[in-house]
Design a protein around this ligand. Structure first.
Ligand code: OXD
Ligand code: MN
Length: 641
């Protein structure tokens, strides 16, 4: 039945992989892994699904990812042979590689990302929606024979520790070996996941194709993709993911944005928990008291920097649980418990340096993948702001061209603004001892933030859960290079989830309210805050940011202990005069005042803009959010009299 593409029984896996080595179409083929094949046989539904996909996509070969070191080495050889990656100088950066993508495949493609719920209303006004049957017809056309001439990799993966009750399993099939090696860094993959799946365990089916079949005799390119036809599709009701055309991580590593946020947000809504675009950090005061903070910022707004922050205030310590995604649930003890479902970092390279994020720099010293950064003359990596000046000698830019500081004016940056590093979480020198704890860590504070050049103070605190949820729903930020489109434009990005919420954003606001309302003991819930590191005057940032943000974290920490260090304003609580620790900080008192000022007239404009935005949700806008907006307006009007 499966003879067209061969496969799946252990015997067949071996034969077809071997066949591939002699078909000349492939430059290099993986040795088969018989154990994997046998394991797939144990799960008839999974086996059938894989067989159907391989047949329909006309894959030349199928390889089930075991997750072993030897297999990873083989995949890397394939990627080197095809020119997709090159090894960096092992003396400078052991076991690390550089990939250059097609210049048109460099970021998340939000315009081509779809939530195909049965009812358009369930996708809401912030998502692209297409009727599921229409989309399935389109996908059928796109995917028919899409893997001709290529191997289909089957990646069983776990979001969260393998076997933990809160973890979820996905199986991604992909024709990209780059995706296979990257998924091995970003998630837990392979045989142990199949063991947990057993004979009938549930998995989220995830389908990915670069959309570039390789016809017999045709020459491959280093980064095959399909920039004409792209679709990153989610079916929330059936919990399926289909991604076509792009190899860029955010569109192709389906465990991350597609599963752990878009599909998981739907599962979380149905089951009463939260799947969020948040970092998680542990913070310890000089007396040894420890708390955990979760923080949501839009893409490329410094989540990784905050998650790995090196405090400048003496005696304080920060440890990292995760830098991008948090799954949170009220635990048996009544606290909000959070896990990081990922296993690696997929961070933005430009701007990362020993000055801004030494712990990220140490996390990528070895065993790292870099995408679209520049290469130095001695075979290491470089990107803008990694050092004040570029290293001597001619670099190779992300476009694969010779590059020097002098040529930057005509050639643009050496590294793409959304170039990335990928490295295992365990390599972070300040990884939290509990980062892998299936119980999750208890969250004391939830922080929202965005890039706001004006108006929004350095930090303020919500009055309660409902007000905090309102603040989350009101997040706006300047657009960054993490997604295609115009940079710097201010856009609403509620809860930093605009591109990642798998259902109607209005219902999502309601879900946040209900999680708080259902909690048995409100005193055990986290407090909410909003921060803004990006306030500017005359084009210059007023706040130094990075390690100095520990001063703001200290104030947040104090507030979670209900310390009397705040003053009430119409928008919430801000640090009382002199309460924010500025010892040794080179910021003038008048600048500090500006950073903490609340200007009622300016905020009334913000209220008007929000009212317009909220109107787009129609009836889905929860009463609690509307009530908070009205109350804010009343307080602001009273303050401006
Ligand atoms: C990311 C993003 O890659 O948010 O984390 O775009
Ligand atoms: Mn992100």
């Amino acid at each position: 039945m499966f003879s067209a593409v061969g496969l799946i029984t252990s015997k067949n896996l071996h034969r077809t992989a071997y066949t591939a080595t002699i078909t000349a179409r492939r430059l290099y083929a993986l040795p088969a892994n018989a154990i994997n094949g046998a394991a797939l046989n144990k799960h008839p539904k999974l086996k059938q699904w894989v067989e159907d996909k391989a047949k329909f996509f006309k894959a030349d070969n199928v390889h089930v990812i075991s997750g072993t070191e030897a297999e990873n080495k083989d995949l890397i050889k394939i990627l080197e042979k095809s020119g997709t990656i090159e090894q960096l100088n092992p003396k400078l950066r052991p076991n690390s590689f550089l990939a250059r993508t097609d210049p048109k495949d460099v970021a998340r493609a939000e315009d081509s990302t779809f939530i195909c719920s049965k009812d358009k209303k369930d996708a809401g006004p912030t998502n692209n929606w297409v009727n599921p049957s229409e989309m399935r017809q389109r996908l059928d056309k796109l995917f028919a024979g899409t893997m001709r001439g290529r191997t289909m990799y089957v990646i069983p993966y776990s979001m969260g520790p393998i076997g933990s009750p809160i973890s979820r399993i996905g199986v991604e099939v992909t024709d990209s070996p780059y995706v296979a090696v990257s998924m091995r860094i970003m998630t837990r993959v392979g045989q142990p996941v199949l063991d947990v799946l057993g004979a009938n365990g549930e998995f989220v089916p995830c389908v990915h194709s670069i959309g570039a079949p390789l016809e017999a005799g045709a020459k491959d390119v280093p980064w095959p993709c399909n920039t004409k036809e792209r679709a990153i599709v989610h079916f929330p009701e059936t919990r399926e993911i289909w991604s076509f055309g792009s190899g860029y991580g955010g569109n192709s590593l389906l465990g991350k944005k597609c599963f752990a946020l878009r599909i998981a947000s739907v599962i979380a809504r149905d089951e009463g928990w939260l799947a969020e675009h948040m970092l998680i950090l542990g913070i310890t005061d000089p007396k040894g008291n420890k708390k955990y903070i979760a923080a949501a910022f839009p893409s490329a707004c410094g989540k990784t920097n905050l998650a790995m922050l090196q405090p400048t205030i003496p005696g304080w310590k920060v440890e990292c649980v995760g830098d991008d995604i948090a799954w949170m649930k009220i635990g048996a003890d009544g606290t909000l418990r959070a896990i990081n479902p990922e296993n690696g970092f997929f961070g933005v390279a430009p701007g990362t340096s020993m000055k801004t994020n030494p712990n990220a720099m140490r996390s990528i010293e070895k065993n790292a993948f870099f995408t679209n950064v520049a290469k130095t003359a001695d075979g290491d990596v470089w990107w803008e702001e990694l050092s004040k000046e570029p290293p001597t000698g001619t670099l190779t830019s992300w476009l694969g061209k010779p590059w020097t500081a002098a040529s930057a004016k005509t050639d643009g940056p050496a590294a793409h603004p959304n170039s990335r590093f990928t490295a295992p979480t365990v390599q972070c020198p300040i990884i939290d001892p509990k980062w892998n704890d299936p119980e999750g860590v208890p969250i004391s504070a939830i922080v929202f933030g965005g890039r706001r050049p004006n108006l929004v103070p350095l930090v303020y605190e919500a009055n309660n859960w409902q007000h905090g949820s309102f603040i989350g729903s009101a997040v706006s930020s300047e657009k960054t290079a993490a997604a295609e489109g115009d940079l710097g434009v201010l856009r609403h990005d509620p809860f930093a989830m605009l591109p990642f919420c798998g259902y109607n954003m209005g219902d999502y606001f309601g879900h946040w309210l209900s999680v708080g309302a259902k909690a048995k003991d409100a005193s055990k819930l986290p407090k909410f805050f909003h921060v803004n590191w990006f306030r500017q005057e005359n084009g210059k940032f007023l706040w130094p940011g990075f390690g100095e943000n520990s001063r703001v974290l200290k104030w947040i920490f104090q507030r979670t202990n209900n310390e009397n260090v705040a003053r009430q304003t119409p928008i919430g609580l801000v640090p009382a005069e002199g309460a924010l620790d500025t010892t040794g900080l080179d910021v003038k008192p008048e600048v500090m005042k500006k950073l903490l000022e609340v200007n009622p007239a300016g905020w009334l404009n913000e209220v008007a803009a929000l009212r317009k935005y909220y109107a787009t949700f129609g009836e889905a806008l929860p009463k609690g959010i509307k009530a908070e907006l009205d109350a804010l307006e009343t307080r602001l009007k009273a303050a401006s009299k």
